[in-house]
Structures are given as C-alpha cells and as structure tokens.
Design a protein around this ligand. Structure first.
Ligand SMILES: NC(=O)c1ccc[n+]([C@@H]2O[C@H](COP(=O)([O-])OP(=O)(O)OC[C@H]3O[C@@H](n4cnc5c(N)ncnc54)[C@H](O)[C@@H]3O)[C@@H](O)[C@H]2O)c1
Ligand SMILES: N[C@@H](CCC=O)C(=O)O
Length: 514
C-alpha cells in the first residue's frame, strides 16, 4: 500500500490538459438532456415526475432530467438498506477499502469528464472543477487507508486471565444529504465514509447537481459496490427530507449544507419516535462567515491576493470563502487599494471556455439573495467595486467589494454565499481577532502577519476550525488539513481527518476469559 498523497491539480496552461478538458466537455455534451432513474437496491426506477438539472451559465441548457423519489421510494430504499446492512456489516473491511481504491482509479481515468460535468452543472471554472474532482479522489484514497488503519480496533489492556479487545463496528443505515457547491467531492466523501465503515446509505444529493451524483453511483457500481449498499434517492427535500430524517430506522444523518437546514435536521433527529431503537447520530457541516485578518506587519500584496482569491473563487460559493476582511487601520487604505485593483481585473462569464476567473452563481434563488445583500451593503458601507449582474442568459454576479463597514454590520455577519466581500478596520491586532470571532460561525479564517507573537495569539484565540497563516482561507486538502468548524458551522466533523470514519461507527469492547 503506497502512502497517501493528495491528487495533484491539473495545470491547464499545458496544451495536452486543455485538449483533455475540451474532450471531457465534448463527452458531457454528448449526453446532455438524458433522463436518469433512481437507484434502489441496484434497480433503476424511472419516475414520471423529474427534476430538470440545468446549466447555471445558460438556463436553457438541460444537463439532465432526474427522477424524483417519493416517500414510498424512500421507504423501499430504507427496507433494502436495512436488509443489505445485515450482510454488509460483516464484510471484510479490506474488501470495502478495495472498492474505494478501485473507484479512485476509475475517477482518475475519467477526471476530465467529471470535471466537465461540474463546469456545466455547477458552473465551476476548470480549475475549481478539477480541484473538486481531485478532492473526491482524495476522499476515496484517504478513507480506504483509514479503514485499513482502524479495522482491527485499538489496543486496550488485559488483566491476567482475560483478553480484552476494543473494536469499531458500523452503526446501521445512514442518510447522506449533500450540497451543490462541492457536488462531487462532498457528496462522494460523505457517501463513501459510511460505505467503507460497513454501513448502508440512502443518498439524497442537492437537486441542483444530480447528474454528477448519478455518474458517481455508476463509478461505485463499476468498482464493485454490491446492490443496496448505497441507494440513490434524489428528490424534493419538501417531499422526502423530513421523512428520511424522521425515519425510525435512520441510525445517523450526515448533512452538509446551510445553517438553517442543518439546525432543522439536528432538531428533528433528536425526536425519538415510536419503535425507534437508537438515538440518531447527526454529522452536520454547515455555513460559514470567514474572515481574513490583515496585520500592520504583513505582506500587503499577499494580503490583497489572499482576500481576492478566497472571496471570489467559485464566485464565493464556498463555506470557506473569505466574505469579510478585518484590516488594521494603519494599513487599511493601502490594502483596500490593492484589493480594488486586483478585483477589477476579474471577469465573470461562462466557465466552459476557461476565459473567466468566475462562473455564475448556482440559481435564481441564490442570485436574488445576493442582490438583496448588495442593496444592504450599499446602505451599510461604501461600494468599492462591482455590485452589478448579468442575468440575460445565466446567473452572473460581478465580484463585489464593500468597504468602510462596521465589523457587526449585516453583510459582515450573515452568510451571503456569493462573490461579495465586506471590509472593516480595527485599531489593533487583538481587536481584529475579537472582530473576527464576532460571528455565529467558526469555520475558516486566515491571518496575514509577520509578527510571531500575533500568529500565536491567533492560534490561541481565533476560534475557527481551519485557521490559515499567510495564505487564503479556502482549499483544505484531504489528509493534510482536516476540514470542519465550530459554533454554527456544524459539529466539527473534520472531513478528511483521522477522526472522521469513527463518526460512522461505535466502539465495542469484548472480553474473553482465558
Ligand atoms: N461546512 C461545510 O463543510 C460545508 C460544505 C459545503 C457547503 N456548506 C454550506 O452549504 C450551503 C450551500 O449548500 P446548499 O445550498 O445545498 O445548502 P442547503 O442547506 O440549501 O441544502 C443542502 C442539502 O440539504 C437538502 N435539504 C434542504 N432542506 C432539507 C430538509 N428540510 N430536510 C432534508 N434535506 C434538506 C438539500 O436538498 C441539499 O441536498 C452554504 O450554507 C454552505 O456554507 C457547508
Ligand atoms: N473544504 C472546502 C470548502 C467546502 C465548503 O464549501 C475548502 O476548504 O475550501
């Protein structure tokens, strides 16, 4: 077993890689508009009622029409998942890990196709789509190795005459609910973690990005996943969301998405229903309002670059995005000027041609929410750059910067989830850290400083799950920078970390008298 190393990103300045991506786009264009079924117990079920997955860069373009699960389908999936669990839980963890390694190899061979799906279905620029595919491969490779690491449990002591073992055993049937913004990586990571630990899964991806999820299901099947281990039940959260969360046989829920939905699920999962045998476990990774702090003693060019790249990568549609910057007052004007200059060079447009830094935002609901916050920003601060949209064909919002804000203004506190960043000043470093902490979230953050004491003060006091020094605040790498956050950013599950698989298992002690 070769040691884990993260999947390298693709260099699209290389002609060969550009051609490979264009070929990937041609492949995807070849199957646009197809109908897709549910997958329950390995059986394909085509429903009359379907969700149209469309291209946010061009609303008229249909990526696929995907079947919608009803509560009856969800019940059927639960029954099959329960039955399958009884054999899957006893399967060889090495075999389960091999499925992940094989899936990683298949994904690696088809990485340009999968990235191309996300260019079309999620509006991801080539580099962002490639990073998403690389992260999915990383989750497969890393969790496969993690399962091999913990398959024999952990050593405990034994007294004379006894032999004690401490093992991890699977939980049961899990509901995996995934977001659209990392439509392959997070969907795949949250699905294969329960799979490799011996659980079975009901997978309900976001309705915005269903085709890439379906294609991933085919990869798992090709890699040898038995029927019924993962059941693909796309559908309206109104129709089946509460149903699968409330179900008495749902042993755990792995949710990634917004704060409001996460809290809703967390509250509902706490309810014990008639006939329920377990307290449901909830793994919830939720929203962010992430801050970059710029110290007086800092590389101001690096600071501006870090703010701009973290704020506008994938149009700011990352839970880790820099949506607020707190800058010490003695360098404030200089950093703001640099941010303005860099932002003005960015363009938003159709990501297919790889000519634009940013693509669209995901849908009309998101577009309208961002526009509302732009109007709020104009009331609370000064519009430095952007604030405009192009809605003629797709959902394009130009990169937008507001300055001269107070740290507790609405656009400095509430998740906008778009290409909008707010900037405020602080009189000293400690005040800047206090302002950085003054949100309901605790996901990512960054500090740009050359002052060692200030770095250590931040490491101690800046309360976020992923804290970066002298770089941007997005782009955690699986196995290198376990990802997850505090406060209303969720249960700090640390995806891609050494504790993650055990969240999908329970410890069991066996003790034998010799
Ligand atoms: N912390 C993280 O690791 C992380 C990662 C990615 C995204 N996010 C967050 O996710 C949000 C963006 O993603 P989104 O728009 O898909 O979030 P969302 O909460 O709208 O949807 C997430 C998932 O929940 C489903 N859902 C919605 N209502 C439901 C209900 N009542 N019951 C069951 N399922 C329901 C959706 O269909 C989707 O599959 C942002 O807030 C972002 O910060 C967090
Ligand atoms: N793990 C990703 C963010 C996921 C949330 O959207 C990052 O580190 O940028």
């Amino acid at each position: 077993m070769i040691p884990y190393k993260h999947e390298p990103f693709t260099d699209f300045t290389v002609e060969e890689n550009q051609q490979a991506m264009k070929k990937g786009l041609e492949t995807v264009n070849g199957y646009l508009g197809q109908d897709y079924p549910l997958i329950i117990g390995g059986e394909r079920i085509m429903t009359e009622d379907k969700v149209r997955s469309y291209n946010p860069s061009n609303r008229e373009e249909t990526i696929g029409n995907v079947s919608k699960a009803t509560q009856e389908h969800a019940e059927q999936a639960m029954e099959i998942a329960k039955e399958t669990f009884e054999t899957w839980r006893k399967s060889d963890p090495k075999m389960r890990a091999d499925i992940l390694f094989r899936a990683a190899a298949i994904l690696r061979r088809r990485k340009f196709e999968f990235s191309a799906i996300m260019v079309k279905e999620a509006g991801k620029p080539w580099n962002e789509a490639d990073a998403d595919t690389a992260e999915a491969i990383d989750f497969l490779e890393f969790y496969g190795r993690e399962m091999l690491r913990i398959k024999d449990g952990v050593k405990v002591e034994s007294r004379p005459g006894e032999f004690n073992r401490y093992d991890y055993i699977p939980l049961g049937v899990g509901v995996v609910i995934s977001p659209w913004n990392f439509p392959l990586a997070i969907m795949a990571g949250t699905t294969v973690a329960p799979l490799v630990t011996g659980n079975t899964v009901l997978l309900k991806p976001s309705s915005n990005t269903l085709v890439v999820a379906y294609k991933f299901m085919e990869v798992l099947e090709e890699a040898g996943m038995p029927k019924g281990v993962v059941n693909f039940i796309p559908g309206s959260s109104r129709d089946i969301g509460d149903f699968i969360v409330d179900h008495v046989d749902t042993r755990f829920i792995s949710f990634t998405g917004s704060r409001d939905v996460g809290v809703h699920i967390y509250e509902r999962a706490a309810q014990v229903h008639e006939g329920q045998l377990n307290l449901k476990r909830v793994i919830a990774e939720m929203g962010g309002k992430d801050t970059i702090v710029v110290d007086s003693e800092a590389d101001l060019e690096l600071a501006a670059e870090s703010i701009v790249k973290s704020a506008f990568g994938f149009s700011g549609q990352k839970c880790s995005a820099c949506s607020r910057a707190i800058i010490l007052e003695d360098v404030y004007d200089e950093v703001v000027a640099k941010v303005k200059e860099k932002t003005e060079k960015l363009s938003a447009g159709n990501p297919e041609t790889n000519e634009h830094f940013m693509g669209p935002v995901i849908d009309d609901k998101s577009l309208n929410k961002i526009k509302e916050y732009i109007e709020i920003g104009k009331q609370e601060g000064r519009l430095l750059v952007g604030g405009t949209t192009d809605e003629s064909v797709g959902n394009f919002v130009n990169p937008t910067v507001f300055v001269d804000l107070k740290h507790d203004d609405r656009i400095m506190k509430e998740e906008i989830f778009g290409p909008v960043v707010g900037i405020a000043k602080a009189k000293d470093f400690t005040e800047a850290i206090n302002f950085a902490n003054a949100t309901d979230y605790g996901l990512t953050g960054a500090v740009i400083t050359n002052n060692r004491e200030h770095l250590e003060e931040a490491r101690r006091d800046f309360m976020v799950g992923n804290l970066y020094f002298n770089r941007g605040c997005t782009g955690a790498i699986v196995g290198y920078q376990p990802f997850g956050g505090f406060k209303m950013s969720g249960t700090d599950s640390k995806a891609g970390g050494p504790d993650y698989l055990v969240l999908h298992m329970q410890g069991r002690t066996t003790s034998e008298m010799l």
